[in-house]
Design a protein around this ligand. Structure first.
Ligand code: ADP
Ligand code: MG
Length: 232
């Protein structure tokens, strides 16, 4: 049986006639399944954002929350590495201005204030719902590896721990996860845990039609889901 908090996320989206989850909702969903997410707060005023940033701690990332803006950076809706209150106040208004310019009729739900995750190995975890087979799970390295080289592994959900370990090892760029050319190795155990948690989430949440955790930053120890998108 899934958590009440999980059902509430889908109920809110349904009440608001949305066929997607906002980033903070998608992250809270992932967090409910034990995945490591960034600290997040939705602010609806500049002063709110300052308070949230003080609580989370600088540096901070700001992102637009709008039903019309699903690809946030395309609309100038993401600012990273904001170092202090002055930068935060300026950034808050810059995002609103950028979004107004790129998507003039965008409704602004708020501004997402979040922890700035340190650099790590970028991976992605995704899912699409196959009408015949149900939810699939995809894993790959982020950036050019997935976009240009299509270097990804797939399984049908649910997966076992062995499946998850194989998914990690069968991508062509696997060596990168082991650490090469001065790049530190990535915590493969944490990746496997994220894949297993994703599988459980997909099995318990048939509402999810598409899932895209892009990127997940992986460290020598641990990881952070930095962006998450869910289509219902
Ligand atoms: P989009 O909706 O455009 O995919 P993202 O949330 O993925 O927006 O943000 C764009 C990029 O900004 C990410 O790919 C990542 O490199 C960086 N980024 C976003 N959030 C964070 C964060 N909390 N910490 C560090 N980098 C981040
Ligand atoms: Mg993204």
């Amino acid at each position: 049986m899934r958590d009440k908090a999980v059902s509430e996320i889908f109920e809110t989206a349904s009440k608001e006639s949305r066929d997607f989850l906002f980033e903070h909702e998608a992250k809270n969903l992932c967090g409910s399944y034990g995945m490591p997410i960034t600290a997040i707060t939705v602010a609806t005023s500049e002063d709110d954002a300052v308070k949230a940033a003080e609580k989370i701690g600088y540096p901070i990332v700001l992102k637009i929350v709008s039903p019309q803006v699903l690809h946030k950076s395309d609309a100038g809706g993401v600012l990273i590495n904001i170092k202090d209150e002055e930068g935060l106040r300026e950034g808050y208004n810059t995002i609103l201005k950028n979004v107004k310019k790129h998507v003039p009729d965008a409704e602004i739900t708020g501004i997402l204030v979040q922890e700035m995750a340190p650099n790590g190995t970028e991976v992605i975890v995704g899912s699409t719902y196959d009408p015949t087979f149900g939810p699939t799970i995809m894993f790959g390295l982020g950036g050019i590896f997935v976009e240009i080289l299509k270097d990804v592994s797939f399984r049908l959900a649910p997966i076992t721990k062995t499946d998850a370990e194989e998914m990690v090892k069968e991508i062509k760029a696997y060596k990168i996860l082991e650490g090469v050319r001065g790049m530190p190795p990535a915590d493969q155990e944490t990746i496997v845990e994220i894949l297993l948690a994703t599988s459980k989430m997909l099995m318990e949440c048939p509402e999810i039609k598409e899932l895209d955790m892009n990127p997940v930053l992986v460290y020598e120890e641990g990881a952070r889901v930095v962006d998450a998108r869910v289509i219902l």
